[in-house]
Design a protein around this ligand. Structure first.
Ligand code: APR
Length: 252
């Protein structure tokens, strides 16, 4: 039985609004590698070569190919018990929002109603010049032909709709993330190392405005010392048990 406090369950039962920040760790149990764990993506691949606009302009085929590979991994994956538990939690609290750093679309596929995607979504692509959306099939067809994928309208290079290092986050997403953090009575930080900003400042911002802040992670993170509670364990075990405890407390 995961080890979380009665205080956390009480605060969830009493909460008017719950905000949840998620990172790659919540999708690890769906078979999607994290970034900084042993065997993670950044151990095998160099983000300088693959996850910034200069690298893309230098070698669009390489970057488009890598993101196609990652998209295929995501398409073959399925939401796990952790994603589903968060979708279930929505039914037990008056309002809730999930702020995710993940580009894997799994919260949407778990039918979570309010998902704020801070770093974009890997299933989407767009033209760097005219910004029109371009379907993944067109990107795959071009890669198949050994050509960089280009916009059917203006010929501009097509890139995945994700935030690369050195790029600004989508302003509306960051605004929504700040607003939901400001309103939160309880803030959960799940499966993130909390070292990448601005997302990593949200748990502390929540605590500063009076929320009860807990993290779910098998390991220590960049905010472990700054929050109220740490639950050591995989999200796929901890979150279903936490939602069951809230449901049990709410039953007459
Ligand atoms: N359940 C919960 N947490 C887990 C699990 C699990 N099953 N497995 C691993 N973790 C934890 C790890 O201990 C680690 O703290 O998930 C965290 C993953 O951290 P990172 O790999 O750094 O991923 P994340 O925090 O999402 O990275 C933030 O950095 O590379 C960029 O844009 C990328 O969105 C990403 C951002």
């Amino acid at each position: 039985m995961p080890d979380f406090s009665d205080t956390l369950v009480d605060r969830l039962v009493e909460a008017g609004h719950v905000a949840v920040l998620t990172g790659a760790g919540i999708s690890a149990e769906s078979g999607i590698p994290t970034f900084r764990d042993p065997g993670g993506l950044w151990e095998e691949f160099d983000p300088q070569e693959l996850a910034n606009v200069e690298a893309f302009l230098d070698n669009p085929e390489l970057v488009q190919g890598w993101y196609r590979h990652r998209r295929e991994v995501v398409e073959d994956a399925a939401p796990n018990a952790g994603h589903h538990a968060l979708a279930d939690l929505e039914a037990h609290v008056p309002s809730m929002a999930v702020v995710t750093q993940n580009v894997d679309d799994l919260h949407n596929r778990a039918e979570t109603s309010t998902v704020i995607e801070l770093h974009g979504n890997i299933t989407d692509n767009y033209c760097m010049d005219c910004e029109r959306a371009v379907g993944a099939a067109a990107v795959d067809a071009a890669i198949q032909d050994g050509e960089p994928a280009r916009c059917p309208d203006c010929g501009g290079l097509v890139r995945p709709d994700v935030v690369w290092f050195g790029e600004m986050l989508p302003p509306d997403a960051m605004e929504q993330a700040d607003a939901t953090t400001e309103q939160a009575d309880v803030f959960l930080s799940v499966g993130t190392s909390a070292v990448v900003y601005p997302a990593a400042r949200l748990p502390v911002a929540a605590r500063e405005q009076g929320a009860y802040v807990a993290e779910v992670n098998p390991d220590t993170t960049g905010v472990t010392d700054d929050i109220h509670e740490t639950i050591r364990g995989p999200a796929g075990d901890v979150l279903p048990a936490l939602v069951d405890a809230v449901a049990a407390r709410q039953r007459p």
